[in-house]
Each structure stands twice: as C-alpha cells, then as structure tokens.
Design a protein around this ligand. Structure first.
Ligand code: ZN
Ligand code: FE
Length: 253
C-alpha cells in the first residue's frame, strides 16, 4: 500500500504534513490547528500519530488541540522533552516506528535547536526535515554550532538521492535569491530558480524537493565542492568552514 502525503500551509509560512499509510494517519509537526483539522475533515481522516521535530512554537503550537480532538499519540525528541508539552513517547536518532511503507527512522539533526530530529520514511522515499535542511537552504543556527549543523546536513545528504525533502517553511524564494549570489555560475541552480519563481508566482508550494536536486543546487550542501569553493575564494578549505562562511553570509543577507 503506497502512502499518501498531504502538504498543509499553516501560519504565515509554515508547512505541516499528513502521511496516510499502513499505520493510519501521521501528522508531522503541529503549527496551527485549524488548517490541519480542515485537511483531515475534507478527507474524512482521523489522526493517529503526531511526530514533532523540535520545540519551536511554530511546530508545536497545535499539539494540545489536536490531541484533545483526536487522541493522537504524540512523539518527539527526548532531548527537548522539557520544552514540549504533551509528548507521549520520546525518541532520538536511531529509533524507529511505523510499519511497511509507513515505517520511519529518527535522525538527529541538531543545529537550529540542539534536539532537532528529522523523520525518514525509507519506504515512502520521504524525509521530514523541518528547520534543518530546507529547499535551497538550511535553518538558522539558534542553539547549535556551524560544525554541528553541517554534520546534520551531511547526515541528510547521505540519504538515497531519490528521497523527497519535506521542510518546515516556504522560504525557498528568499533562499534562491541568496543562493544566486553564492553560486552564480551553477546552471542547475539557475534552472531551478526559474521554476521556483514560476511556482511562487502562482502561489504554489516549492516543497517537497528532490534530495538529488538539493545536492546539485543547495549552497549549504555544496560546501565541499571545488567549484563553489573556488567561486568563494576558499579552494581547499575544510567543508565545515566553507559551510560556516556561507551560513554567516546568509544571516546578514
Ligand atoms: Zn524552528
Ligand atoms: Fe520553524
């Protein structure tokens, strides 16, 4: 049985996702109750499980309302348990759940927050990355360090290239404007930016994105590439240092 994945715009620029598979309906992150309730209602779905990536309010704010309405089991990062109300099960990297095409594995992806996790569904060729790896970008480093975030991105970059990346925000247009300044000679990036601009002009989501395309165009994943290092005047520099430089430029962009 293949899984069905629904993208739900929430708040001003967040995304939550519903995944319907062999274990029922799973929600990834809970930014806002009303659009999630509506997405469930129009499909006649209940809600069995809520997976939480990190403690920020725009990812957990609707846990209480959805749990009260549906009695869903809420699963989230052990390292952030003290900061998240309503968790029923605690997980960390290497833990697993679900079954068949709905089976998931937890990846530790600290940096944006120290306990941030991603949920990889190998059978669905999907990874839910929230504010770690994003389309043409990565989350701002609030709690961790640049080497920590770079390691997290490398973990995600090592997933099968046909994996679809479901990130937590619609930040792609701004990320594209920045990427164009960092990697101006990358034809794959130029082609992708044209598609992103067309999609946003019609108010369409730019997520999910294909991991292989992130590897070819996301400047934060290309910190180890000689052509990008040369463009930045950083040939031969350790990739984690190149990443830290690019992240610092983005913070000021
Ligand atoms: Zn966040
Ligand atoms: Fe967020």
């Amino acid at each position: 049985m293949p899984v069905d994945i629904v993208t739900i715009p929430c708040l001003s620029d967040n995304y939550a996702y519903l995944l319907k598979g062999p274990d029922g309906v799973v929600l990834i992150d809970a930014p806002e109750a009303a659009p999630i309730q509506q997405a469930l209602a129009v499909r006649g779905w209940g809600l069995d499980t809520i997976l939480i990536t990190h403690h920020h309010h725009d990812h957990v704010g609707a846990i209480a309302a959805l749990k009260a309405e549906f009695g869903a089991t809420v699963i989230g990062p052990r390292a952030e348990a003290a900061k998240i109300e309503g968790l029923d099960q605690l997980v960390a990297g290497g833990d697993q759940g679900g079954s068949g095409a709905g089976a998931w594995q937890v990846l530790d992806v600290p940096g944006h927050t120290l306990g941030h996790v991603a949920f990889h569904f190998p059978g669905a060729h999907a990874v839910f990355t929230a504010d770690s790896l994003m389309a043409l970008g990565c989350g701002r480093i609030f709690e961790g360090t640049p080497p920590m975030m770079y390691q997290s991105l490398c973990t995600l970059a090592g997933l099968p290239p046909e994996t679809m990346v479901y990130s937590g925000h619609e930040y792609t247009q701004a990320n594209a404007s920045f990427a164009a300044t960092i990697d101006p000679d990358n034809p794959a990036l130029q082609a992708r930016i044209a598609r992103i601009t067309a999609a946003r002009a019609r108010n369409l989501p730019t997520v999910p994105s294909l991991l292989s395309e992130e590897l070819a165009t996301n400047p934060f994943l290309r910190a180890d590439q000689p052509d990008l290092q040369a463009t930045l005047g950083m040939a031969g520099t350790p990739a984690a240092d190149v990443f830290a430089h690019v992240r610092a430029l983005k913070d000021k962009f």
